[in-house]
Write a protein that binds this ligand. Structure first.
Ligand code: HEC
Ligand code: HEC
Ligand code: HEC
Ligand code: HEC
Ligand code: HEC
Length: 185
């Protein structure tokens, strides 16, 4: 039975079938990877970072935790509403309809986190901001994008590349910043 199937597969028609199946599997895999790379749908899908940053609204106004502790946080409805209740467009804009609906019904906006490292990694914003790094160094220029996307993968190689660069010429700091226990404990 197996031998018979094998013989059939080795014929031109069989080989063509194998090729078609292989191509189909390949394109499915590529499509699957593309799906995981796509930014997720956000509750206000047209929230424009670019526009707010261009008005001079500070990153820390909406993400205050970045200097206070590990996690910058994402803004709540009331933070958005503080400005938007005074803006006439809020009543009519299609882009603002999800915000208005969330406010009117008292439901929170469930932003989907995009900049994230796994739980077994210790990342704290504070020492990075204290060391003089800017948000752009890790998150790219938010005055040029609307909905956030990571400008690079946030993996171990990325952390270590910068830690090595920043501690070159300082052996003590190099040891600290490349020690497994600094990021995993
Ligand atoms: C008016 C409020 C506001 C301002 C100002 C603002 N952001 Fe945001 N930020 C948001 C909202 C809302 C989201 C969630 C939607 C999204 O991912 O784009 C977000 C998401 C992000 C994320 C992705 C977080 C995640 O994991 O989902 C990063 C990183 C970020 N902002 C950085 C910045 C930086 C850097 C600045 C300053 C240049 C800035 N933001 C200014 C409101 C703001
Ligand atoms: C510091 C004040 C301020 C805060 C805080 C703020 N916005 Fe805005 N936002 C504005 C202004 C001003 C505009 C421009 C309105 C206009 O074009 O008339 C705007 C525009 C927008 C628009 C585009 C509307 C359109 O039709 O073009 C969206 C969407 C939006 N904001 C969502 C949000 C969300 C969601 C939050 C909370 C995460 C937020 N904003 C926080 C001031 C603010
Ligand atoms: C050294 C690189 C680095 C710098 C500098 C940096 N971030 Fe982050 N940011 C990260 C990493 C890594 C994460 C994922 C953290 C996690 O999963 O706990 C993150 C997560 C975030 C998030 C996701 C929301 C949350 O609470 O987890 C926001 C918003 C954010 N950063 C905003 C900022 C802002 C604003 C600044 C500037 C004040 C900034 N970041 C500076 C690396 C950085
Ligand atoms: C763009 C450069 C850069 C990137 C990217 C970066 N770091 Fe850092 N990190 C620094 C600098 C600079 C310091 C502060 C060094 C000092 O103490 O002067 C630091 C400090 C730290 C500390 C505190 C060390 C201590 O005990 O004081 C931890 C933990 C850390 N980083 C984890 C991470 C992790 C995890 C990532 C990746 C998710 C990461 N960092 C990505 C530059 C970076
Ligand atoms: C500067 C921070 C940093 C240091 C130092 C560091 N790691 Fe990591 N590590 C990370 C981050 C971020 C991830 C999660 C992202 C990824 O999988 O690359 C990770 C993931 C891992 C994983 C899981 C890999 C996987 O594929 O899921 C292992 C195992 C690991 N690290 C071991 C180590 C060991 C051993 C050391 C010391 C030689 C070390 N790490 C030092 C940041 C760090």
């Amino acid at each position: 039975m197996i031998q018979k199937a094998f013989k059939w597969l080795m014929q031109p028609l069989g080989l063509a079938a194998v090729l078609i199946v292989a191509l189909a599997v390949f394109s499915l895999v590529v499509w699957g990877i593309a799906q995981t790379q796509k930014p997720p749908e956000q509750p206000v899908p047209q929230f424009p970072h670019q526009l707010h940053v261009s008005f001079g609204v500070q990153c820390l106004y909406c993400h205050p935790g970045a200097v206070r502790g590990p996690s910058p946080g994402l803004p709540t409805v009331s933070k958005c509403w503080g400005c938007h209740q005074q803006i006439a467009k809020t009543q009519t804009s299609v882009k603002l309809a999800p915000l208005k609906a969330a406010h009117d019904s008292g439901t929170p906006l469930q932003w989907v986190p995009v900049a994230q490292v796994p739980d077994f990694v210790q990342f704290n914003h504070r020492p990075h901001v204290a060391a003089g790094l800017n948000c752009e160094n890790c998150h790219g220029d938010l005055s040029k994008v609307d909905i956030y996307e990571n400008p690079q993968v946030m993996n171990m190689g990325w952390c270590l590349a910068c830690h090595k660069e920043k501690s070159a010429g300082n052996p003590e700091l190099y040891i600290k910043l490349t020690d497994c226990g600094t990021c995993h404990y």
